[in-house]
Design a protein around this ligand. Structure first.
Ligand SMILES: [Zn+2]
Length: 220
């Protein structure tokens, strides 16, 4: 099957690609850049390239690369409850072609959006009337799984390259191919990850993470 995956370079969607490739599917990834969060997109784009190279190496026949052309400039003053959903859907719609059989979105077990899968499918299906070929089926293949499971299955090299912070701190960007950054440990995504000691990327600096967490907590 030919699958298009909505990819952020985060743990969930990276695992989703790995899973589809491991099952023998052809996978094309779609990465959407949010231009107003420039530091995040700078690091994210780098990690997408690094992870993409791993997929190319491990699944040379079935990994079909990543489309990175969809760029959004978001108006932050919107009133959407799930801001990412319209972005993902629009981006996927601009990337699909008649060869794609299924489209994957990485909603996981404890995501708030999990309760709205039916509505999201309805929105997706509504586009059939303005598409000239059969709209691929929208699937949520990891909606009954959680991050801990992904960290157990995804090989270490991938885990070390997944990206998760909303406001990364750029330490050094002199080498554009090798931007050094560290997670902020303050955003909601970081808070999630900091409590998942299994995430191998954090294993390397667990002591540092602990210290920073104590610091943050003492400020409240
Ligand atoms: Zn963060």
């Amino acid at each position: 099957m030919n699958i298009l995956v909505s990819w952020s370079s985060g743990l969930d969607s990276t695992y989703m690609i790995y899973k589809a490739l491991s099952e023998g599917h052809n996978v094309l990834a779609s990465y959407t850049m949010l231009a107003n969060n420039s530091e995040k997109s700078m690091v994210e784009s780098q990690q997408v390239n690094r992870l993409s190279k791993l997929f190319e190496r491990d699944f040379p026949k079935t990994y079909k690369g990543v489309i990175k052309e969809n760029i959004f400039h978001m108006n932050q003053k919107n009133s959407l409850i799930f801001k990412q959903i319209p972005i993902w859907i629009t981006s996927l719609l601009y990337t699909i072609n008649s060869d794609i059989d299924e489209v994957y979105i990485g909603i996981v077990l404890y995501d708030d959006t999990n309760a709205f899968k039916k509505e999201i499918r309805k929105i997706w299906k509504s586009y059939q009337s303005i598409i000239s070929y059969k709209l691929p089926k929208l699937r949520f293949p990891i909606h009954k799984m959680d991050k801990v499971q992904f960290t157990r299955i995804l090989p270490k090299e991938y885990l070390q390259n997944v990206f998760y912070c909303e406001h990364p701190i750029i330490v050094d960007k002199t080498d554009k191919e090798n931007i050094i950054y560290k997670p902020c440990h303050k955003c909601t995504v970081c808070r999630d990850y900091d409590y998942y000691p299994l995430v191998v990327g954090l294993e390397m600096n667990t002591e540092e993470v602990k210290k920073e967490l104590i610091e943050i907590e003492s400020q409240h």
